[in-house]
Design a protein around this ligand. Structure first.
Ligand SMILES: Nc1ncnc2c1ncn2[C@@H]1O[C@H](COP(=O)(O)OP(=O)(O)OP(=O)(O)O)[C@@H](O)[C@H]1O
Ligand code: SF4
Ligand SMILES: [Mg+2]
Length: 361
């Protein structure tokens, strides 16, 4: 039984321009003590997925469908049907949260110590002095320099990295089973980013907390995650263990993301590769595979007409592509991205012409 299982989650926004299905049938699971990386470009639905888990999607957003099952000592709870009062105790209690910009989550008029103590008191019936002692313990746990002094300081007195440590301290203060970290290091410079990721990995190991790590950075995933789910246009397009995904990416979008990341230790002479085009806005989803306008492998037949299902290609490796497994394995390397870059947006037409001439891939 996984710690958290998301089944067929659909979250949409009702806007004047119509329904915007930001998360469109997402299924995921996170095992106890493991880290799942959720990756994808901006706008693909990662944060809306996280907010849906926590019951924090704001109007005009609505979770329309699905189940979010949290395993507990007394059985399984569906967070989508839990009364708000119970959900509040899950939030910050059993599930901790770390967001991208700590300054927007921390209250500028309360001291760090007060804010950590408040997080503890909300979920545990303890005295003020015990909560303050817990706050100090948490600051030590996240290896804050001069923790006694920091306890009585305000958020603006701390650096970005220190504030993110405070957010981690708050997220972990009630010994959660799961921490959801949405782009926790994006706002930090590279050195501090590495320190915060190392801290999260270390805490995960020591405390056994599972982590849902949301990022657009595959390098971060490679360093920290056990499992990876790649999201594109509201759907999971590939899911596998991190080792398998990095060794054998099968979805053309994942291949593109991998090829677009800088290689550590290598000086790049020219600009980095990019995947041509952009993630379509939910109101602009096309029929067929949502990636087809950007995919060098797109065929003018099924890729354009039929939405691919997530299929298990090999044990534990799921791919949403009509042709996964049948694509030319030799071409599935960095060269595939070069092909994408020179091909779209005419790939489909070139392909159509090749197919018309009897060519096949
Ligand atoms: N309040 C809203 N009203 C309408 N659409 C929204 C709203 N909030 C989010 N969306 C849409 O939902 C989609 C997914 O947004 P989401 O914030 O989950 O993306 P993301 O993957 O987290 O991107 P990023 O990497 O930039 O954080 C986007 O296309 C966005 O336009
Ligand atoms: S289904 Fe077709 S368009 Fe979509 S990723 Fe696979 S080959 Fe590309
Ligand atoms: Mg986001």
């Amino acid at each position: 039984m996984p710690l958290l299982e998301i089944k067929n989650l659909v979250t949409a926004f009702q806007t004047p321009a119509g329904r915007v299905p930001a998360v469109d049938g997402v299924s995921l699971s996170i095992e106890r003590g493991k880290t799942l990386g959720l990756v994808g470009e901006s706008g693909c639905g990662k944060s809306v997925t996280a907010l849906s888990i926590l019951g924090l999607v704001a109007a005009p957003g609505v979770v329309e469908q699905g189940e979010i099952l949290l395993s507990t000592a007394s059985g399984t709870q569906n967070l989508l049907t839990l009364p708000e009062r119970q959900l509040r105790s899950v939030r910050g209690g059993r599930i901790g949260m770390i967001f991208q910009e700590p300054m927007t989550s921390l209250n500028p008029i309360f001291t760090i110590g007060n804010q950590i103590a408040e997080a503890v008191s909300l979920h545990q019936n303890i005295s003020r002095s015990a909560a303050r002692a817990r706050a100090l313990q948490m600051l030590r746990l996240v290896r804050m320099a001069d923790p006694e002094q920091r306890l009585d300081e305000y958020p603006h007195q701390l650096s970005g990295g220190m504030r993110q440590r405070v957010m981690i301290a708050i997220a972990l203060a009630c010994d959660p089973d799961l921490v959801i970290a949405d782009e926790p290091t994006t706002a930090l410079d590279v050195t501090i980013q590495a320190q915060i990721l190392a801290l999260l990995a270390d805490l995960r190991q020591r405390l056994g907390t599972a982590i849902l790590l949301i990022t657009h950075d595959l390098g971060v995933v490679a360093e920290t995650c056990d499992e990876v789910a790649v999201m594109y246009a509201g759907k999971i397009v590939e899911r596998a263990s991190a080792a398998e995904l990095f060794a054998r990416p099968l979805h053309p979008y994942t291949i593109g993301l991998l090829a677009a990341r800088p290689t550590p230790g290598v000086r790049h002479a020219g600009p980095l590769r990019t995947i041509p085009g952009m993630v379509p806005a939910p109101q602009e989803f096309l029929s067929g595979c949502r990636f087809h306008p950007r995919c060098a492998y797109a065929r003018s037949t099924d890729c354009v007409t039929d939405l691919p299902q997530l299929r298990e290609i090999s044990s534990g490796h799921f791919v949403r592509c009509h042709h996964a497994g049948a694509l030319d394995a030799g071409a599935l390397d960095v060269g595939a991205l070069d092909q994408m870059q020179s091909a779209p947006p005419v790939a489909l037409h070139a392909q159509t012409q090749a197919e018309q001439k009897g060519g096949s891939r």
